[in-house]
Design a protein. Sequence first.
Length: 332
Amino acid sequence: MTSLPPALQSVAAAVLIFLAVQPLLAVFLYAFLKIHSHIMSRVGPMYAGRFHGVGQPIAEFLKFAQKEDIIPARADAPVFRLAPLVVLVPSIMLFAVIPVWPGVVGADLDLGLFYLLAISAIGAIGVVMAAASSANKFSLVGGVRAVGQIIAYELPIVFSAAVIAMLAGSLNLTRIVEAQEGLWFMFTPFGLVAMLLFLTASFAEVLWPPFDMPIAESEIIAGVMTEYSGMRFLFFFIGEFAHILALAAAMVVMFMGGWHGPGADLVPTNLQWVVGIGWFLVKMSVLCFLFIWVRFTMPRMREDQLQRFAWKLLIPVGLANILAVGLYRVLT
């Protein structure tokens, strides 16, 4: 792609990233269905694709594709139509700066970590757009809950990222991975605290149980998605799953050493990238399993518990961790 004009290089990179993310989404959806079925002592999908339901992700897509796209008469139609894309597109854009191997990255930005945090927050705008444009009281309640939740839990994510930037001395994600060679940040006290904060806040960032108050089916139907149907309804779920995959990949890069792992020195130099990317995917898979496991084992929190947990525990701990890292960097 280096022979192409810069504009075409960007388009080609975007297309490649989009195509690379699609298999990951399909595998994650299949794992989501199977893991939660086993947690609940069920077999899960078995017929689509014949072999243990491997074709279920395609069946899910086709199911939504054939459903009617309904727009409520009182809805703000342009905003209503645009909201699912505002949720979906930033989730895919997150993968542009995540390196899976030195040089294997869509855009190796010096401000990659800043880009990651900024783009990750855009999806919240889509949630608010969906809530405000639906002309539905349940959607509006879900939107109000989402705003308060995202404001509260975005702070621990930023604090955790700040700690990693201070430890690595860079906002470039490739350099952050290289700084972890030999000693992963998750094995230092500051990095371990930052990772736990980032992981916990990530559940709230994607409105994932036990922090799914803006969607709580037993209280407000489907919250901000109540009035959506067909492919627009599916876009919310694709955006949610893509966001989880991106956050898992970001945690691998920031806290778990990225592509570093044992065994790379046992293979020829020209094959070390296979081992490195393999380690990256294994670590990412472990985090994705954790997301699914927590979703189907933890009870939903009340709104007051959710806010108290963020403002009285996560945020103070995050601030204290930044202060401790600052003192450590000054004194060492």
